[in-house]
Design a binder for this molecule. Sequence first.
Ligand SMILES: [Fe+2]
Ligand SMILES: [Fe+2]
Length: 189
Amino acid sequence: MGTSPTPDPKKPFLSDIQEIRRRARKHIEKGAVTESYKPDLETSLRVLNEALATEIVCVLRYKRHHYMASGIHAQAVAQEFLEHANEEQGHADQIAQRIVQLKGEPNFNPEGLLMRSHAEYVEGTSLLDMIKEDLVAERIAIESYSEIIRWLANDDPTTRSLIEEILKKEEEHANDLSTLLATLNPEGK
Ligand SMILES: [Fe+2]
Ligand SMILES: [Fe+2]
């Protein structure tokens, strides 16, 4: 047998650090997006912009419901709607920030907003209607965010954990709304 060096199977992971740094420098203009960014970036940005549109539509719907519920003297429910509106606004901001980190552009264009959004804007006529519509919208958000999380899998852990955090909040919202529904409409009519 010759004496040629055999590759060390225990070669430390960090020995590639110089290559990682070289690549990071080479594409410095890409900001947080490195060559190890696995998902299709264009698809990620489209998916995130759809999530952004969903959050904006939810802010608008909750705001409308907040003011309408205030008008019919349902202060506790109106307060709940306002809290949700503010939290959806926070989600929209977090998503927009992530889009910029990925060197994309957050789409705030009112044109086509509803087309991009997963959830709908339904005004609702009665207090019960509003709560039901909000619950439907939350359930849609829960489904589409779960789908996004499955799609991202382990390819973009930062976006994934952001969406997971948001999903957790949407589940709380859905739970709040079904509690309200059960309280206001115990027969489930
Ligand atoms: Fe949200
Ligand atoms: Fe929500």
